[in-house]
Write a protein that binds this ligand. Sequence first.
Ligand code: ZN
Length: 298
Amino acid sequence: MADQLIKATAAAGGIRAVGVVTTRLTEEARARHRLSAVATAALGRTMTSGLLLVSNMKRSQSRVNIRIRGNGPLGTVFVDAGLDGTVRGYVENPHVEMPLNQQGKLDVGTAVGKDGYLYVVRDVGYGYPYSSTVELVSGEVGDDIAYYLATSEQTPSALVVGVFVNAEGVSAAGGLLLQVMPKAASDDTLVETLESRVSALTGFTPLLRSGKTLPEIFEQLLGDMDLQILPETQLLRFHCRCTHERMLGALKLLGQAELQDMIEKDNGAEATCHFCGQIYTATSDQLGDLIVALQAES
Ligand code: ZN
């Protein structure tokens, strides 16, 4: 199944559901950044969360940035997801390996660290972005995003995100976000029903790996609650906005002396994009053009 997002409602519009498959984009991130298995799981869960969070914004330029800063060896995990279905991200220490946890699963919580903060920035494309910060709950990403939704957005929500990765790469990734709409938020039984059904799921990736599609997963969860699956399917992809021009613009900020030094010592320059791992090179001639431009501006 291609990477995609679909939406549904249930309980006469009282529940809003979003489901995403992010297998290919998580595999692309793994390959681009040469991520270890546990780093792949951490970044994949965070990218999946970003795509789920941005999906309820309205303006087409909207983006959500998630930064997870725990005290574990992975360092910062950063994700930038757009309502246009694009996402990019990185892990500060991408090659960290960890022993499996007691359940025999990738130990994302220890790799991220349980002490630290989750920062979420919602940017609609103009004005000041709206940002909020919560303490980490477990470092497992899904729990932390759910806690953010409960405290910062005060929306009763249930969230599940998962990544299945082995030596061959990512074979399944994705997640679900179920939210009780404001008009139904006082309905405690609805909230409890959602929470119990999501916690009864044995995880998201086992469903995908068993061949279930997103509509089938929605059906399994909410089929008896007046489920309405919206007809639109949005395709999702890993995409970075970096270009050779932007890289030259960043080099220009280094100033004339530094650029001259690069020409003389390295006969050019090489720069790697943080977000996607793309390597850009600048020739001595291109660096010389930047110096000329700087001289013209001074
Ligand atoms: Zn890039």
